[in-house]
Design a protein around this ligand. Structure first.
Ligand SMILES: Nc1ncnc2c1ncn2[C@@H]1O[C@H](COP(=O)(O)OP(=O)(O)OP(=O)(O)O)[C@@H](O)[C@H]1O
Length: 302
């Protein structure tokens, strides 16, 4: 269960009035559910999502994941707690000078998995979940948008989180690729029981994925309901977004993930033997900027 209790986040705006990006929001997200958060641009969706893993620390209020109050932890406690929370972004946020498998391994490194062979094996497992084991030695620039997002999902899953936060995960993708990525998210939720929180301005994403819907306007959650209400006779939401969702119905389409009999050791051996792609830039661990961006993204070093 994720519990946001009277969370507010205010940004200073120079001489102007401070911006109340999130304004006294309380929200309970059941463990293992898919929570959609929808609203127009500037409603405060991304800020609220970033409040959940404290990438954006709320100005006031409490954030709980299960029995742990994140807002009450010290830096080390928070660093550890964040390994339970994966996150993906509209822009994928992969590190460009790392291969696919190195991107995934990096999150395991930040999570303290010391044994390189274990990192490689777990990365291979995560990449298998999103069916991308044939691209492990490619660099992000060699992938399509959908493939990049799948790698980002694998990176988020590698540490076996309880929660996956998704910030506009399909906004940069075409409709077909969007459907594929949403299907992976639904599968991951069904297969592993990971709680998924999806921020979006796309109705389709809500209709395809969400168990519960929260509508945001001007920093507030102005309406929330279970997605099944959209099918219930007489259900009449008050917001324009809610009305639109009801008029258009929902189309839940979940298939169960069928895990294949992959020989991960064979993949690891193959990767080890092959080394980097011919002509590829080697991974330079001194590329401090990109590593720092990654760390900020993962929250690992904050
Ligand atoms: N770091 C920041 N500093 C100052 N203002 C910010 C910051 N982040 C967000 N805001 C402001 O807070 C408000 C909510 O922004 P937020 O990005 O959370 O909304 P959103 O619903 O996710 O919008 P979008 O769909 O356009 O991303 C906006 O007015 C935005 O300009």
């Amino acid at each position: 269960m994720i519990s946001l209790r009277r969370v507010s986040t205010t940004f200073a705006a120079g001489k102007k009035e401070p911006i109340a990006a999130v304004d006294d929001v309380s929200l309970e997200i059941p463990a293992g559910s898919i929570q959609g958060i929808i609203g127009f641009s500037g409603a405060g969706k991304s800020t609220l999502l970033r409040n959940i893993n404290l990438l954006e620390r709320p100005t006031s209020g409490e954030v709980w994941i299960g029995d742990t109050e994140l807002t009450g932890l010290n830096a080390e406690g928070l660093r550890r707690a964040r390994h339970q929370i994966g996150m993906i972004f509209q822009g994928f946020n992969l590190v460009n000078n790392l291969t696919v498998v190195q991107n995934v391994e990096l999150s395991l490194k930040f999570a303290g998995v010391k044994d390189p062979r274990q990192r490689r094996r777990r990365a291979a497992e995560a990449l298998e979940i999103v069916d991308i084991t044939d691209k492990t030695r490619n660099y992000p620039a060699q992938l399509s948008g959908g493939q990049k997002q799948r790698v980002a999902i694998a990176r988020a899953l590698a540490t076996k989180p309880q929660v996956l936060l998704c910030d506009e995960p399909t906004s940069a993708l075409d409709p077909f690729t969007t459907a594929t990525v949403l299907q992976y998210l639904a599968d991951i939720n069904a297969e592993f029981g990971i709680t998924v929180v999806v921020v979006t301005h796309e109705m389709e994403v809500i209709k395809a994925l969400a168990d519960n819907v929260a509508v945001m306007e001007a920093g507030r959650v102005v309406e929330q309901f279970p997605a099944t209400d959209l099918l219930r006779e007489g259900f009449s939401p008050t917001t324009s977004i809610g009305k639109y969702l009801v008029s258009d119905g929902i189309s839940l389409n979940r298939r169960k993930h069928t895990s294949s009999e992959t020989d991960f050791d064979a993949i690891v051996d193959e990767l080890d033997a092959a080394g980097p792609e011919p002509g590829a830039r080697p991974w330079d661990p001194t590329r401090a900027r990109e590593n720092k961006i990654f760390a900020a993204v993962e929250g690992g070093l904050r």
